[in-house]
Design a protein around this ligand. Structure first.
Ligand SMILES: C[S@@+](CC[C@H](N)C(=O)[O-])C[C@H]1O[C@@H](n2cnc3c(N)ncnc32)[C@H](O)[C@@H]1O
Length: 272
């Protein structure tokens, strides 16, 4: 699972740090105490940062449930997911909607976890979106072939022995840090343009107040905190009290496979 010296995650995840991981690693390491990620997503960052202990959290229950099942059931879970949901006939529209409905209704946590991986690989653009009632609602992805990320799952399961997975809001996770720990925060992006009367939609229900709270907690923390975000006038102002502000060039692909690419800038704010 190492590609260009980067350990690949087994999930497709919006905002994954794969493209800038090599650079990011240089700013994050060395880690002395625990490595804490309040917004773990696919886990790309912890998979590439060396530490003795990892505290990994996210405000997505299905994601954390699946990580915990993988951590505890390892090979048995990987075999079950592959042999049940990644076999002939499962990459079909009709079957996809049956499985999506099953995912939304099952109370069996292991089945739900395996279906989460199935949906991640078969949904449109690998998106993870829910309707207001909490039901997963991304349509069928129409992929010609689907990859079962077996090697990546095994690598993750091996690393998970040193991890604690928590389903909670970032504020509670940041409160766990002590002096000597390193926290890496990758929140949903702040809007590109923020005017004084901004009331628009914020990605993933993460609002400007959350962005502000995160900046304050980063500043007050006893731990070393590194925060990623879009590089904009707003975020430069938000993190103006950081010890260091770094501008990173990122090549992003827009839309589906083969879609256009554009260069954007990200900020890294480091609070020592
Ligand atoms: C940009 S993604 C993180 C991507 C991750 N660094 C990676 O490489 O895959 C942001 C994550 O924040 C999570 N999230 C959104 N609001 C949150 C909150 N209030 N507290 C904790 N996590 C939250 C989302 O579920 C999502 O997984």
């Amino acid at each position: 699972m190492i590609k260009n010296n980067i350990n690949k995650p087994f999930l497709k995840w919006a905002g994954s740090k794969r493209k800038i991981m090599a650079t990011l690693k240089e700013y994050i390491e060395p880690v002395t105490g625990s490595f804490i990620e309040p917004f773990v997503g696919s886990g790309t960052v912890f998979l590439n940062v060396s530490a003795d202990k990892y505290v990994l959290a996210d405000w997505n229950y299905d994601l954390i449930n699946m990580f915990r099942i993988l951590q505890h059931r390892g090979k048995d879970f990987i075999d079950y997911a592959r042999d049940t949901f990644f076999i002939d006939g499962t990459n079909e529209e009709e079957k996809f909607y049956v499985y999506r409905k099953q995912f939304n209704s099952t109370k069996d946590l292991e089945e739900k976890a395996a279906l989460f991986i199935y949906l991640n690989r078969h949904s449109y653009n690998g998106l993870c979106r829910y309707n207001l009632s909490g039901g997963f609602n991304v349509p069928f992805g129409r992929y010609k072939t689907v990859y079962f990320p077996e090697k990546e799952l095994f690598y993750f399961a091996e690393q998970a022995a040193k991890c604690q997975f928590l389903f909670q809001d970032f504020k509670n996770t940041m409160a766990l840090a002590v002096k000597g720990d390193t926290i890496y925060c990758d929140p949903p992006y702040a809007p590109i343009s923020v005017t004084s009367n901004f009331t628009g939609y914020c990605a993933g229900g993460f609002h400007l107040n959350d962005q502000k709270d995160l900046a304050i907690l980063a500043e007050l923390s006893e731990a070393r905190v590194i925060v990623s975000n879009n590089y904009t006038e707003y975020t430069c102002e938000l993190y103006k009290n950081a010890t260091e502000l770094i501008e990173l060039d990122v090549q992003k692909s827009i839309g589906s496979k083969g879609g256009s690419r554009k260069k954007t800038k990200e900020i890294l704010a480091i609070f020592n």
